[in-house]
Design a protein around this ligand. Structure first.
Ligand SMILES: Nc1ncnc2c1ncn2[C@@H]1O[C@H](COP(=O)(O)OP(=O)(O)OP(=O)(O)O)[C@@H](O)[C@H]1O
Length: 376
């Protein structure tokens, strides 16, 4: 997949810009706080309709504007496509080739992106919520139907939580909670099974990529830790019964606390290197490499599932990688994956290995081409 042109209007600190981005590697260089991350974020939002930095869409709209617009011309095997996303206080609207999409889940998946930024370290170090968000975003762009299940689940969960809160520790009328329990378990199982099969595929890629990056010395294992444990191949009915049993076991606690305590919203992921938990025992470098291996694994997984390589967005991470890892990264994806990179200085970039690159200068929401094509 290729992004050939990007247009922004009232997006963060960009008033109006139009940028041709048809090179294989696009490097955005500039001082701090000029809009480099905003640019990568815009590509990410164009693809996924959500930012990796904030849950509040309002923040994406330029301070002097009412509506932010992102538009991108995409080249894919399926044929060219113009994607347009508008964000205002009334919500988001998405168009594909000029046609408005009724559901955002029908729009997501048109463009695939993998973003790697310093904060991705939190996928390894942070709370389970960060890992669930990572899973949901990545699964959603490969299997858009997953987003539908997820939104169904979230609605059910909100309603069930409201009921638990209203009861305020008092017993509920018989059968009232059970109506929600069955629905929660049915949709919850769908999500858990999709997560499990996704993590299994991701694990296979991440393990071999991590071995490559570490020169064969480290064996990374990524595992799913579902809130209701299950093994591969178990039938839905067995899993349903186990889910319902767990709900029964925690019912009193749920009534007391007013929240649902069982289901995919309590899932987690674990990482081990040579059998030891990376979150607890891993060095900073091992945690960073684990996050990088995960992201690179996603690129291969998307290529396998979608039949095309996604875009790679690298936000301010080149300077964090030593020359060996940079070369490794560039050589692995050179010629296959269109890459967008931000950096504060070109001295950290290993130009010897780059082919078909363009360099852009970003300054206070303006972007100029410094050099493009073979001369870089
Ligand atoms: N909604 C908004 N409207 C206008 N400007 C905004 C908005 N949100 C953020 N900004 C501005 O965008 C700039 C930050 O841009 P960005 O995060 O892309 O920086 P950067 O160039 O990546 O810097 P660094 O190298 O420090 O990461 C800041 O000047 C901030 O004030």
């Amino acid at each position: 997949m290729h992004l050939e042109q990007l247009k922004l209007s009232h997006y963060r600190n960009y008033r109006e810009i139009e940028l041709r981005t048809d090179h294989q590697v696009n490097l955005f260089v500039g001082r701090n706080a000029q809009g480099k991350t905003n640019l990568l974020e815009a590509i990410y939002v164009l693809a996924l309709t959500k930012s990796h930095r904030t849950h509040h869409d309002r923040e994406l709209i330029g301070w002097e504007g009412e509506t932010a617009l992102i538009s991108g011309d995409i080249r894919r095997k399926l044929g060219p496509c113009r994607m347009e996303l508008s964000i205002s206080s009334k919500g988001k609207r998405a168009k594909l080739n000029g046609l408005e999409q009724r559901k955002l889940s029908e729009y997501v998946g048109t463009l695939n992106v993998v973003l790697f930024a310093p904060e991705d370290l939190h996928i390894v170090k942070g709370s389970p919520g960060v890992r669930r968000r990572f899973l949901d975003m990545e699964l959603g762009q490969v299997y858009p139907a997953y987003l539908y299940d997820l939104s169904q689940y979230q609605k059910l969960l909100t309603q069930r939580n409201n009921l638990l809160k209203q009861s305020a520790g008092k017993p509920l009328s018989p059968g009232l909670l059970e109506v929600w329990d069955e629905q929660l378990a049915t949709v919850g199982i769908k999500i858990m099974k999709k997560r499990q099969s996704f993590i299994k595929k991701l694990q296979a890629w991440a393990e071999s990529i991590h071995r490559g990056i570490t020169g064969g010395g480290e064996s990374l294992v990524v595992s799913y830790a579902p809130s209701v444990p299950f093994t591969e191949g178990e039938s839905d009915s067995v899993l349903f019964d186990r889910f319902m049993l767990k709900l029964t076991q925690v019912k009193e606690q749920e009534l007391r606390r007013g929240v649902s305590l069982v289901g995919p919203h309590r899932d987690d992921l674990t990482f081990t290197i040579n059998g030891r938990d990376v979150q607890t025992f891993g060095s900073q470098g091992q945690q960073r490499t684990t996050a990088l291996s995960l992201k690179l694994a996603e690129i291969e997984l998307i290529a396998e599932e979608v039949g095309e390589y996604p875009l790679l967005l690298l936000d301010d991470v080149l300077s964090e990688l030593d020359k060996y890892r940079q070369t490794q990264l560039i050589e692995t994806f050179q010629g296959k994956v269109q890459t967008f990179v931000t950096t504060t200085g070109l001295e950290s970039v290993n130009f010897e290995k780059l082919r078909d690159a363009a360099v852009y200068r970003v300054s206070a929401g303006e972007v100029d081409v410094l050099a493009g094509g073979a001369e870089v």
